[in-house]
Design a protein around this ligand. Structure first.
Ligand SMILES: Cc1ncc(COP(=O)(O)O)c(C=O)c1O
Length: 482
């Protein structure tokens, strides 16, 4: 059992609150595997057993490193792992503390943590860190440091500074939108933009239509805000118009959240005719479209729904896939009424998106660096798609030459969970179809395999070869019997 002491301090200030400080020490001696995993496992065990409670503060990285005779880097990794599992959160001024999971969405059904240090995580769609983004961001940070940063340090506009919204509009115009900076809100990434859009459009109990398999981030938002996501059947061209029509009649939805370009997870790019049909149905039923165009830069030829129907579409994107997700910077574009309500939601949640980061994004966009970073990711995706086609030749998967991932159908008799677990044991993370499913409709036996995250092609090659080997084996042979 882990050792810890809890000291409760009651502070009386503007708000009364209780801060509980803990000198928690994990039990890692008896836990096998990498030390950072052992620490995260011990944390999970102590939370399950009620020995750590929501709000309890954890020791600083430095203190815990000193106590455990480990490096600060190992503790940082352990806390990052615990955060990834949804166990803890960190805030400037508040330190690292145990999360209150009440009201949280159930964690997506992603593979449980790595068992080896050479684990290759193909479960998440990240741009490769091998690209030019880090150097570009560093350069702009240095330039900002040399400039007058005072205007970025105050409480600025909730919607975003005019120059930052103008840069956002410029980025959206690259996608063909007639973007107006007055109708742009600067957001903390696309996930935040999705949340703002739902908060602006829906009340608890309202229905939001989504693709039957969709980006799992929308499920967390629906869960948190109490809206009901209903999945709409898809074919190889994306959302099925008939199914959408029927759902509009049956559920009187407030909104449709959709990914027409590089649908996640199926990689579908919806053809223009289908886009027109979807827009027409939504217009007829008074349904607002929330268009997630986060992968849009990788298919500039596609026409966003927001171009076809700007009056009924809320358009959102971010720099997470083109530059880096750690920037947490995105843009939302919509009608005056939507922007007003989304801005009220920003005010309630964070007051404003960090202007310093919006300034970096502005410089990335204005200098053309964001385009260069996107071009790098496009090239990388193309190269890696070819690699995947070679190594997984003969297996059935949906893809696109510039997609970040592939959608692999399990050959008989493999089931998605067995495959995900077997891959995990063999050191490769993949995302099973359940993570993307909504409601209780049957879920296909498929997994999403992200290709861009590994820094080196060789790591991806090794991981994909392992997956191909697993597929050649039988599930019975792959998992140990008990
Ligand atoms: C389709 C889709 N939308 C939104 C997001 C969230 O992106 P962000 O990092 O900008 O919040 C992701 C991230 O994977 C995504 O795939």
């Amino acid at each position: 059992m882990s050792r810890f002491v809890t000291i409760s301090l009651t502070q009386y200030g503007v708000n009364n609150y209780i801060v509980s400080m803990t000198t928690w020490q994990p039990e890692i001696e008896t836990r096998p595997g990498p030390r950072y995993i052992a620490i995260a496992d011990s944390l999970a065990a102590d939370i399950s057993a009620g020995r750590l409670k929501p709000g309890d503060r954890l020791p600083t990285h430095r203190d815990l490193a000193w106590k455990l005779h480990l490096t600060v880097g190992t503790i940082t990794r352990a806390y990052a792992e615990a955060e990834r599992r949804g166990l803890i959160a960190g805030e400037v001024g508040r330190g690292t503390y145990i999360r209150d999971r009440l009201g949280d969405a159930p964690p997506p059904l992603m593979p449980t943590p790595p068992t080896t240090d050479d684990y290759v995580d193909l479960s998440r769609n990240l741009p490769s860190a091998s690209g030019p983004a880090a150097a570009m961001v560093a350069k702009h940070l240095a330039d900002i440091a040399q400039s007058d940063i005072q205007p970025l340090l105050g409480y600025t506009s909730n919607q975003g500074l005019p120059a930052h919204r103008e840069a956002g509009a410029e980025w959206l115009r690259r996608r063909g939108l007639n973007a107006d900076p007055a109708r742009v809100a600067v957001t903390s990434g696309a996930q935040n933009a999705m949340m703002l859009a739902i908060a602006a459009l829906c009340r608890p109990g309202d229905v939001v239509l989504v693709e039957a398999l969709t980006f799992y981030g929308i499920k967390s938002i629906a869960n948190l805000l109490g809206v009901r996501p209903i999945g709409i059947e898809m074919d190889d061209d994306g959302l099925l118009p008939d199914a959408l029509e029927a759902a509009c009649r049956q559920h009187a939805p407030k909104a449709l959240y959709a990914l027409p370009t590089f649908q996640n997870p199926t990689t579908t790019i919806m053809p223009l005719e289908r886009r027109k049909a979807i827009v027409e149905i939504c217009r007829r039923h008074g349904v607002t479209i929330i268009e997630d165009d986060i992968y849009g830069s990788f298919d500039p030829a596609s026409t966003p729904l927001a171009v076809l129907a700007p009056d009924i579409t809320v358009f959102l994107t971010s720099l997470s896939k083109t530059v880096a997700p750690g920037l947490r910077l995105g843009y939302l574009h919509g009608s005056d009424a939507i922007i007003q309500r989304a801005t009220a939601a920003i005010r309630a949640a964070t007051f404003m998106t960090t202007p310093m980061v919006a300034e970096i994004a502005t410089r990335l966009i204005r200098s053309g660096d964001a385009d260069k970073a996107a071009a790098y990711q496009t090239e990388l995706a193309e190269r890696r798609q070819k690699l995947a086609s070679q190594i997984l030749h003969g297996y059935e998967f949906r893809s696109h030459p510039r997609a970040f991932h592939i959608w692999l159908k399990m050959p008989e008799p493999w089931r998605r969970e067995e495959f995900t677990e077997t891959a995990r044991r063999r050191g490769v993370g993949v995302a099973p179809a359940n993570a993307f499913a909504v409601g209780r409709a049957p879920v296909p036996h498929a997994v999403r395999i992200a290709l861009t995250q590994p820094d080196h092609d060789a790591d991806l090659e090794r991981a994909l070869s392992t997956l191909a080997e697993i597929l050649q084996d039988s599930p019975e042979g792959a998992l140990p019997m008990v």
